[in-house]
Design a protein around this ligand. Structure first.
Ligand code: CMP
Length: 141
């Protein structure tokens, strides 16, 4: 089924000038960019995005990393977009990511892991609404 998912190109990948390479992987896999913006997250915005991880030991490092430089936030649309994006990204820990995945090729640690992608339809809906107003999304077709 057609789905939307939220993708973030994280500060490490932006710093490596890999925005285009990463977006090309989404497009080649049949996912369309229907919304896109670059922004430097405030601490408050990053903490709100990752609120479900607030009690985890890695929360402060995660927020510190995500506010360390600009990110590119996109809505990807396509058939089975949530799982497809997660396949393209590979495992959260780049040491465990399969060869040829975005994290295997661009990530250097579990925090500096190049990309984020929504993990369920419920989180996709929340995450898309967190960054985009309805009129900032441009559906295809
Ligand atoms: P992301 O998909 O953005 O969601 C939460 C992030 O926390 C995750 O990617 C990792 O970058 C980061 N993180 C750091 N340590 C861990 C951990 N032990 N388990 C899961 N995520 C972690």
């Amino acid at each position: 089924a057609q789905q939307r998912t939220l993708s973030i190109i994280k500060p490490d990948a932006v710093g490596k000038n890999a925005i285009g390479d990463i977006i090309a992987r989404f497009e080649k896999a049949g996912l369309a960019v229907v919304a896109c913006k670059m922004l430097h997250l405030s601490q408050e915005k990053a903490e709100g995005f990752y609120a479900e991880h607030r009690e985890r030991p890695f929360f402060n490092d995660l927020v510190g990393f995500m506010t360390s430089g600009p990110v590119v936030v996109q809505v990807l649309e396509g058939d089975n977009a949530i799982a497809k994006n997660r396949d393209l990204m590979g495992a959260t820990d780049p040491k465990k990511a399969e060869a040829g995945t975005i994290r295997a090729d661009f990530a250097s640690s579990i925090d500096a892991n190049a990309v984020h992608g929504s993990d369920s339809p419920e989180s996709a809906e929340r995450e898309i609404d967190y960054f985009f107003a309805a009129d900032e999304i441009c559906p295809r077709g």
